[in-house]
Design a protein around this ligand. Structure first.
Ligand SMILES: NC(=O)c1ccc[n+]([C@@H]2O[C@H](COP(=O)([O-])OP(=O)(O)OC[C@H]3O[C@@H](n4cnc5c(N)ncnc54)[C@H](OP(=O)(O)O)[C@@H]3O)[C@@H](O)[C@H]2O)c1
Length: 270
């Protein structure tokens, strides 16, 4: 039996990003257990869509079942996660710092990176920052099998070599090449507003389109791949963002428009 059929990805947060990593994992043959704050019954529609490899659970159940745990909840809520239950687990930290929504003085001052903050709380887990630097739609649609000329490259960062290997294998299996951006202390190189964040994984929108056409183009137009060499250059050329954190104004406008529509309950196809 292959590795994917025997591994389970426990997902904490079943929104846009939780749904995207769940689809990637289930498509690649992993089992997934999705959880959220409101309870498993509120995830039944998504689980049904994902098929027999997916099930809904409580946060505790997702943690217990997961060989790898994906954090796909707001960073602000990560401090409420049960560190004891997560002890010994490999964590994919997909969260980002957006001071517009939540402020933290240590992050603002650049004393630590957001993934160091998560690692400090989850002191007995091994945190790897990954799959945080593109939007939920392209997180799924940009994935390609090994050898595909359109396969793109993702950065990871972490302090534990074994955990990084495990997350690299996961990313390579679901559809991405991987470059190592260094330690969690160095993960500012791949945080919001750095060269490898968001824009390289979304299409450049041509001038002259209406807002609806821009959104459609953003969702449907193919995105040229980032090669490992280009990813490495972007990581190496990054300058530390001061103050730390992303802003909606620095993100692709079509992404923000789609995100806002979804948040307001309007119907935009993901
Ligand atoms: N949106 C993007 O394109 C994007 C891309 C890359 C990274 N990110 C990062 O990914 C994270 C999630 O973003 P998103 O857009 O997917 O958000 P979202 O759609 O609002 O989903 C957030 C999910 O987290 C769950 N949650 C919140 N607090 C929780 C808790 N204490 N325990 C368990 N589950 C909890 C929510 O539960 P309920 O459903 O019960 O409310 C919801 O399912 C954020 O940190 C964001 O910065 C976002």
């Amino acid at each position: 039996m292959g590795r994917t059929q025997t591994q389970t990805i426990g997902i904490i947060g079943s929104g846009l990003v939780g749904g995207a990593i769940a689809r990637l994992a289930a498509d690649a043959g992993y089992r997934v257990v999705l959880s959220n704050s409101r309870g498993p019954e509120t995830i039944s529609h998504l689980v049904q869509e994902l098929g027999p490899r997916a099930r809904a659970g409580t946060v505790d159940e997702a943690i217990a079942a997961g060989d790898i745990i994906a954090l796909t909840l707001p960073l602000a809520n990560a401090e409420a996660l049960p560190a004891g239950e997560l002890a010994g687990k490999v964590i994919i930290d997909q969260t980002n710092y957006y001071p517009e929504f939540w402020r933290n003085t240590e992050l603002d001052s650049g004393e630590i990176t957001s993934s160091e903050l998560v690692q400090r709380h989850l002191a007995d887990s091994t945190v790897v920052k990954a799959l945080h630097n593109l939007d939920w739609n392209h997180m799924y649609s940009n994935a390609r099998p090994t050898g595909d000329p359109e396969r793109t490259t993702m950065p990871i960062a972490g302090d534990d070599a074994t955990a990084k290997d495990i997350v690299t294998q996961f990313l390579e299996t679901v559809g991405y090449d991987v470059v190592d951006a260094g330690s969690l202390a160095e993960s500012w190189r791949i945080e919001p507003n750095t060269p490898i964040y968001f824009w390289p994984y979304a299409p450049a929108i041509p001038d002259g389109l209406t807002e609806d056409e821009q959104k459609r183009f953003y969702l449907e137009h193919p995105v040229p791949p980032v090669t490992p060499a280009v990813a490495r250059k972007m990581i190496d050329s990054a300058e530390r963002v001061t103050p730390a954190g992303g802003t909606l104004a620095a993100m692709p406008p079509a992404h923000v428009a789609i995100f806002m529509e979804l948040a307001s309950g309007d119907t935009v196809q993901k």
